[in-house]
Design a protein around this ligand. Structure first.
Ligand code: GDP
Ligand code: MG
Length: 163
């Protein structure tokens, strides 16, 4: 079995989009409605001659807005059980949301390497919003845009480094 990389983050930050961007094809379901992902979705990726399994766990069917914390708790349980490395994904355009704080605190104590990823950094102008994200306590995020593929290589190298 290959080491497992689990994508964690509150609904709608672009976890499934990031999964598809890294996979290089559309596997996971992306939906503008918060919390739409069917089941746990995984794919094997190869980079620099090394392999890892990437898992998108976000959301089972359409989530009740009251159950968003429950959804991230479920993702974190998967991370605790399976992950060699965790990708903690946030939306740079929204900054540090209360549910991001919950995820940040839960991930801090699981004893696994966490790569902090700021998605939706479609344009360099978004990068100025990064200071708000420091409040989550994970330092400088990797800036990516799942839509434009910005940051893909940097993120893959960070994953390989952390494995
Ligand atoms: P998830 O709930 O975390 O899995 O998020 P999704 O991948 O389903 O994406 C939620 C919404 O954000 C969708 O409307 C996506 O098209 C949008 N989105 C995802 N990545 C990006 C990005 O890099 N830039 C922009 N502008 N929108 C994105
Ligand atoms: Mg999703």
């Amino acid at each position: 079995a290959f080491p497992i990389v689990v994508i964690v983050g509150r609904p709608n930050v672009g976890k499934s989009s990031l999964f598809n961007m890294l996979a290089g094809r559309r596997i996971s379901i992306v939906d503008p409605t918060a919390g739409v992902t069917r089941d746990r979705i995984s794919t094997i990726l190869e980079a620099e001659g090394r392999h890892f399994e990437l898992i998108d766990t976000g959301g089972m069917g359409i989530l009740d807005v009251d159950n968003l914390t429950e959804d991230v708790e479920r993702q974190i349980r998967v991370a605790i059980e399976m992950a060699a490395v965790v990708l903690f994904v946030v939306d740079i355009r929204e900054g540090a949301a209360p549910l991001d704080q919950v995820v940040a605190e839960r991930l801090r104590v699981i004893g696994k390497p966490v790569i902090f990823v700021a998605n939706k950094a479609d344009e360099m102008t978004h990068d100025t919003a990064v200071s708000d994200l420091f409040r989550l306590g994970y330092g400088e995020p990797v800036m990516v845009s799942a839509n434009s593929k910005r940051g893909k290589d940097e993120l893959v190298f960070k994953i390989l480094d952390a494995l």
